[in-house]
Design a protein around this ligand. Sequence first.
Ligand SMILES: C[S@@+](CC[C@H](N)C(=O)[O-])C[C@H]1O[C@@H](n2cnc3c(N)ncnc32)[C@H](O)[C@@H]1O
Length: 283
Amino acid sequence: MDCHASLAMTKPGFMARIETERYFGVRPTQGAIPLFTYEGHGVSPKETAALAKPSASGLAPVVIPEYLQKTYWWAYLHPNAVRIFERQWLVNLILWGNFARLRDAALQELGAVIRGKVLQVACVYGDFTQQLLRRLGPDGQLDVVDVAPIQIRNLQSKLGHSSQVKILQQDSSELHFEDASHDAVVVFFLLHEQPAEVRRKTIAEALRVTRPGGKLIFVDYHKPLARSPWRYLMVPILSTLEPFAMDMWRGEIADWLPADLPVAELKKQTYFGGLYQKVVIWR
Ligand SMILES: C[S@@+](CC[C@H](N)C(=O)[O-])C[C@H]1O[C@@H](n2cnc3c(N)ncnc32)[C@H](O)[C@@H]1O
């Protein structure tokens, strides 16, 4: 049984409503990392208190993962992060001019008119979700989850209200959806930011909530071809700024799939001399 709890979070002059979807009674929160102080990293003390409150369902509250606080606070949690990074040209520059191409490669997998229930795991700077929404047919439904309240608020302000969209605070490594609850799931540039054990859980959860016959789409970094200059240029950039990203060069998403959930088919396509990949999995 699903239950919707809502969490009202206030900042001076700002009121946002974040829905936290709970998977009732069946999937207890495991391995939650205790909150530590991240004042100034995008969540006010009031919000911290709200997040720390036990939920009505008795499950532990959603907490900001430690890797996000330690490694990516400047990109996703600090109040200035959204102000700085929420620029289409900048996200395009970070992907060396490939944002639109990779976004469209992911969206194309969902079809020109999206029917059914789609889940986007983690918010993205730029217009990824707006473009997804444009393709949503009248009977389409979009859920977007992110673990960071500031990112949820940012997406809410980008999208405005739509009865077809739910924006939920959830951790990708422990989704609060029922098994096989979505027709398609898309995970755009999240895996490279996660430590190995979190990445495996995110993949397993994304697969779990995809219905049999449904599609799971990953777009992320990949090891460039030997002849590509990016093979050398990206090493210092990724090693310095994104400590887990080089894992995407060393391993394959296929290797990180859970053993207990077989997949029907998997297709991989690479882009930009192999620096980026799209992996599509049919459950
Ligand atoms: C999708 S990734 C990066 C995408 C891309 N580089 C961009 O331009 O935004 C960034 C988002 O992932 C979210 N995120 C990181 N770890 C998460 C987790 N365990 N669960 C849910 N969201 C997470 C962050 O809060 C952030 O909003």
